[in-house]
Design a binder for this molecule. Structure first.
Ligand SMILES: *Cc1c(COP(=O)(O)O)cnc(C)c1O
Length: 379
């Protein structure tokens, strides 16, 4: 060992470098831009923001923001203060960044330093933001969120009435938006949509004249009454179908491919994977791919991968770093070590994968793990 030539560590090999990663996530920024244009076309003169919470639904907030900026988008929404600061670092000064979950008590100076817009969800947060404005010696931008019926975030009607009659409620605050969020927008026939729209109408009339925002992706398809001054789509930008009962009007954005690490013939009667939940009944061609639940492909999401149009069902349980596939649909020798099989893409959309897993596309996307090699195309 001591005679071995000394070699430095391979600096270019990281967990996510192309050669080392088990799987490759390709994000089509051109498709995101086209999806933004399609939503804008539906909105007419109504402005369209971009929702970038959870690192841009798992696909990369900085890259998505850069793509949307090139389409003229100038307003972004994140969930958390940290996401807002990271986004400001990435895009620089100028565009508005709203923090949906509000500014944590005591962190107001950090939000001011990063020029973030607070989404104010309570009377207490309103007071804290007024105080922050006093300390900063200037007006601070904010959105007032009202609860029109989702019961998640925002001021209750009683709180709105209280602040509406307080002449000093908004001292030092530049109200950029009065907003609320729809609970059932992906179900066009759901009576809650109508109820929320009427409740929002009443609540916003009590507040100062300010631009209003009610709709997420699906709400854009409910009609102009829901559009107001600014729409806040997230999911549809990333290719998730905003109209689940109808064909997807959006372009797919992500492609996920995993590397084949081994192919082999299993003998009849072989137990496959943890717990031997599957046994072969006859010799079976199998392949093991380099992607597992640690990459966000959950055990309960078991289904299939695809290769050149052939469906390759999962065998047994999903492991932490690997999945075993039945490749008997392919001619012998067709699939080789190092080949890439598709988990998400033209053969299996994000919504398809979600359907198999009994969940929604949002959860599939935001679960996608940090170990993938990421490729951004079409920027
Ligand atoms: C997540 C979120 C959105 C975007 O919703 P999509 O269904 O992804 O379009 C808009 N507004 C608020 C308040 C949100 O939390």
């Amino acid at each position: 060992m001591n005679d071995a030539p000394k070699r430095s560590l391979p600096e270019e090999v990281t967990a996510t470098s192309e050669v080392a990663a088990g799987a490759i996530l390709t994000v089509d920024l051109g498709a995101i831009r086209e999806n933004y244009r399609r939503l804008k076309a539906r909105l007419g003169n109504v402005r369209c923001a971009g929702v970038l919470k959870a690192d841009g639904y798992g696909v990369g907030a900085g890259q998505v923001a850069a793509a949307l900026l090139r389409e003229g988008c100038d307003t972004f929404f994140v969930a958390l203060l940290g996401e807002g600061v990271a986004l400001r670092r990435s895009i620089g000064p100028g565009p508005a960044i709203f923090v949906l979950n509000g500014i944590p008590p005591g962190a107001e100076p950090d939000a001011v330093a990063a020029d973030l817009c607070a989404v104010i969800n309570s009377v207490g947060q309103l007071a804290a933001w007024r105080e922050a404005a006093r300390c900063a010696g200037r007006k601070l931008p904010a959105a007032i969120q009202v609860d029109s019926g989702m019961s998640r975030l925002g001021m209750a009607p009683g709180d709105v009435e209280r602040i509406a009659v307080d002449p000093h409620a908004f001292d030092g605050i530049d109200i950029r938006l009065v907003m609320s969020h729809l609970a059932c927008a992906d179900e066009p026939e759901h009576p809650a949509n109508e109820r929320q729209q009427l409740a929002f109408e009443r609540l916003r009339e009590m507040l100062l004249e300010a631009p209003a925002s009610l709709t997420n992706s699906s709400g854009i398809f409910l009609g102009a009454r829901f559009h107001y001054d600014l729409a806040r789509p997230g999911a549809a930008l990333y290719g998730i179908n905003p109209t689940p009962a109808r064909p997807n009007p959006m372009l797919p954005v992500v492609r996920l491919e995993a590397k084949v690490v081994q192919t082999r013939m299993l003998e009849a009667g072989a137990g496959v994977g943890y717990g031997h939940t599957f046994h072969t009944t006859a010799p079976l061609a199998a392949a093991t791919i380099s992607l597992g639940y640690a990459d966000g492909w959950h055990r309960r999401a078991a289904s299939a991968a695809w290769f050149e149009g052939a469906r390759l069902p999962f065998l047994g349980r999903v492991s932490m770093d690997s999945i075993i596939l039945d490749i008997s649909a392919l001619p012998p020798g067709k699939l080789r070590e190092g080949d890439l099989v598709e988990l998400l893409g033209p053969s299996q959309s994000v919504d398809d994968a979600a359907g198999h897993a009994g969940t929604i596309g949002y959860e599939i996307l935001t679960s996608l793990g940090p170990r993938f090699h990421r490729r951004y195309v079409g920027g």
